[in-house]
Design a protein. Structure first.
Length: 111
């Protein structure tokens, strides 16, 4: 059964919860990425072929398809990389996730 983030956070000791919240504040949001690239929502919407309201909604979402996130980042001239990290192993970049093939079907993740 899936756990809600609020439930997990509530169960953490106060010190751990503070460390998690401090780390979360260090992470960039989609809005931060867009602003760092000196683009407005209107400019990004024009590149993506959507309305400004769609960009606003996208930047407020906490969950989305990786292909949507990849398209958003690439429209600003960036490249999205997904890295899996495991203890005692070097990081592994997951490639081709959310990339459409010529047949229009999504490819499987490869490492």
């Amino acid at each position: 059964m899936a756990k809600k983030l609020d439930d997990v956070m509530a169960a953490l000791p106060q010190e751990r919860k503070q460390r998690v919240e401090a780390r979360a504040m260090e992470l960039a949001t989609l809005k931060d990425l867009r602003q760092a690239s000196r683009q407005t929502q209107e400019q990004l919407a024009a590149v993506l072929g959507v309305g400004q309201d769609a960009i606003s909604r996208l930047e407020k979402r906490s969950d989305m398809l990786l292909s949507t996130l990849r398209h958003y980042v690439e429209s600003m001239g960036g490249k999205l990389e997904l890295v899996a990290q495991f203890p005692n192993r070097p990081p592994m970049v997951i490639e081709h996730l959310g990339v459409e093939t010529t047949s229009g079907r999504k490819t499987r993740a490869t490492a």
